[in-house]
Design a protein around this ligand. Structure first.
Ligand SMILES: [Ca+2]
Ligand SMILES: [Ca+2]
Length: 385
């Protein structure tokens, strides 16, 4: 007889049942782990999607900001920048549009009037940054990847007007300047004169203004020439005026010039701005300039050198010269309404006035330049939407 323990049928059933429970428990645990693992995989995938989407959204926002900054850089270089262009940011792009509120046929400030005076000094920049979106030439969506985004930046800007002023018709930075006045066909006039030749609204200024003692200049006029410099104080109207930092003024103005002569010696005849339609431009000559034939213009003329007025010259605005000013005889009348400023020549006469020359202070000409030319733009508001 064996000694093997015999188990009762009851005991056998009990043991089997316990093993089954353990197996079930084990199975249960595995299932839980599998379910948990599945949830984990799903949430990692969702997180990656969200991260990718937020990267794409950030790319679109950055592109939109870069586009607006590009517009501001262009406007700083030329305050008259308008139109649409695209900035490629190596993948993301920005579609940039600059609109001048003054002539766009829209009521931009929402006051019921279109392109009225209030809108004239404003412009807006709209920059739409796009990431993973491809547009055709007409701005229509061609292709969009699964993860894509766009973002718009709107900037409202105000043009800053020029603030040029004159305290005399002709300013000479050096009281010891040497003049060559020839004949009696000239008139330097400090009385405010309108563009049509009629009397302007402002009080009279000196015909010639300088820093320091003015007698050095007035003594260079012959007795029959003294009444050819008229204006405040009279006969001749040469007076001390406040010092102007002419170099700094010229330096600032040449930044906004839209017509340039490269130098060192240029000759020109024609139009420098539109005098008859009163459309001013800023002209900068980077050296000596000879104006020949028939020349007319309106705006600001900056000459970093000597200027020779030959031929006929008719100008409304402000003329700044760092060297000698020579109105040479013959070839027709020379007419400047506004103001003329000179630092004086390095050698020779500083100012030569020969022939039919009329230089008059004109508050109308100066106002025309100040209101129609802008020195730049300033940001009024910047928002992303
Ligand atoms: Ca408008
Ligand atoms: Ca309006």
């Amino acid at each position: 007889m064996g000694t093997k323990q015999r188990l009762s049928s009851h005991e056998l059933r009990r043991r089997r049942s316990r093993r089954a429970n353990a197996l079930l428990l084990a199975l249960g645990a595995t299932t839980t782990l599998i379910v948990a693992g599945g949830t984990l995989l799903v949430s990692v995938a969702e997180e990656r999607t969200a991260t990718e989407q937020s990267i794409v959204a950030a790319q679109a926002r950055d592109a939109s900001t870069s586009g607006a900054e590009d517009a501001l850089a262009r406007l700083a270089a030329d305050p008259n920048t308008e139109g649409s262009w695209q900035v490629d940011l190596g993948g993301p792009i920005a579609d940039v549009t600059v609109v001048d509120w003054g002539d766009n046929g829209a009521d931009d400030d929402d006051d019921g009037a279109i392109d009225e005076a209030d809108e004239q000094d404003y412009l807006s920049v709209l920059s739409i940054g796009r990431a993973n979106e491809l547009l055709d030439g007409n701005g229509l969506l061609i292709e969009r990847r699964t993860r894509h985004a766009s973002s718009a930046t709107e900037v409202i800007l105000q043009r800053t007007e020029l603030d040029l002023a004159a305290n005399q018709a002709v300013y000479v930075d050096d009281a010891n300047a040497s003049f060559k006045f020839s004949g009696t066909a000239f008139l330097i006039n400090g009385n405010d004169t309108n563009l049509d030749g009629s009397a302007g609204p402002n009080a009279a200024l000196p015909g010639i203004g300088t820093v320091g003692d003015p007698t050095g200049i007035s003594s260079q006029l012959k007795s029959n020439q003294k009444d050819k410099v008229i204006g405040l104080g009279g006969n001749p109207s040469v007076a001390t005026v406040s010092d102007i930092d002419l170099s700094a003024t010229m330096d600032a103005l040449r930044q906004i010039a839209t017509v340039e002569f490269a130098g060192p010696d240029d000759s020109f005849s024609g139009e420098l701005g539109d005098l008859s339609n009163e459309v001013p431009v800023v002209t900068y000559a980077k050296g000596n300039l000879k104006l020949n034939g028939n020349t007319s213009g309106c705006g600001v003329l900056i000459v970093d050198g000597d200027i020779d007025f030959n031929g006929t010259f008719d100008y409304a605005g402000l003329v700044y010269v760092s060297g000698a000013v020579r109105f040479n005889g013959g070839g027709g009348g020379k007419n400047v309404r506004g103001a003329l400023f000179t630092l004086g020549a390095v050698t020779g006469n500083d100012v030569t006035i020969n022939g039919s020359v009329a230089l008059a202070y004109s508050s109308e000409a100066i106002a025309l330049v100040n209101t129609q030319l802008s020195s730049g733009v300033q940001v009024v508001s910047w928002r992303r939407r």
